[in-house]
Write a protein of this length. Structure first.
Length: 135
């Protein structure tokens, strides 16, 4: 079975594609990138830990880069994945407006807090952490 075709339309017909919220975010994948961020600025908040560093001018990547991590202290694989999903949602909403290009951010989940904390409180935490890092 093939998926249904997407509706075809042109901008002059009134249909415009919604911009991707995370189009300016690049995900960190290499351990070395996480280790560099771990040695930089930190902003602990109730729901998670934010690590941030400004990349050197010699580093090639452009834009805002972000990474997510949760240790086994957070819980089993299901709990860790849920925590990382919540952190990714936070980053998609807040980093495009508050993040700075040529910076790396790592959001580290905390046991119980990242999953149990209300999402609005996590948003406020990330805004507060970003202000503290860039203060």
């Amino acid at each position: 079975m093939t998926p249904p075709d997407a509706p075809q339309g042109s901008p002059d017909m009134g249909m415009q594609a919604a911009p991707a919220a995370s189009s300016c975010l690049i995900v960190l994948k290499k351990r070395a990138e996480f280790l560099l961020a771990a040695r930089a600025r930190r902003a602990p908040v109730a729901g998670f830990l934010l690590q941030a560093r400004e990349r050197a001018a010699t580093e090639a990547a452009q834009g805002i880069r972000v990474g997510f991590t949760c240790s086994k202290k957070v819980g089993n694989a299901v709990a860790r994945n849920r925590a990382k999903r919540r952190l990714r949602a936070l980053a998609r909403e807040i980093l495009p407006e508050m993040g700075r290009p040529s910076w790396d951010y790592v959001l580290v989940g905390k046991p119980e807090a990242t999953i149990a904390r209300d999402f609005a409180d996590l948003q406020a935490d990330l805004r507060r952490a970003m202000e503290r890092v860039h203060g």
